[in-house]
Design a protein around this ligand. Structure first.
Ligand code: ZN
Length: 136
């Protein structure tokens, strides 16, 4: 089995951002040379996430509002450490930090509306995502 590893780097302008990384993952999948396999896309941070869903701006606003209802900004025990990003950790847990996408015939095999997003909840610093393709 062949494995190929690459990293995507981000420095978000705002504390929260939803970044469509589908094209970058697709390019990596094709560059890997893997014809049949899978590709792990994993945020290497505890206040960010990776998810697959629609690239529709209303939905993205709905996701952000939903996350704020479930994990509102506010006071958390975590802030006793001097940090102020308790809600960002909880949002990361809700979104999850990784997805696995299929590679078929050398290309990402996503459904017609499936897009891969990096979701940042405590940005304005350098962050990265690991891409690890496995297959033949
Ligand atoms: Zn923290």
């Amino acid at each position: 089995m062949k494995t190929v590893t690459e990293y995507l780097w981000f420095k978000t302008q705002r504390p929260r951002e939803f970044i469509n990384i589908t094209n970058q993952v697709e390019v990596m999948a094709q560059r890997s040379g893997i014809q049949e396999g899978m590709l792990l896309v994993s945020a290497m941070h505890i206040t960010a996430g990776v998810y697959v869903n629609d690239a529709e701006s209303g939905l993205i606003a709905d996701i952000e509002e939903w996350l704020d209802k479930l994990a509102p900004p506010g006071n958390y025990r975590h802030h006793l450490t001097g940090e102020s990003n308790g809600d960002a950790h909880l949002k990361s847990l809700l979104i999850h930090h990784e997805v696995i996408v299929p590679i078929t015939a050398g290309k990402l095999d996503l459904g017609p509306w499936q897009q891969i997003y990096y979701a940042e909840f405590d940005g304005q610093r350098r962050k990265r995502v690991i891409l690890k393709a496995l297959g033949e």
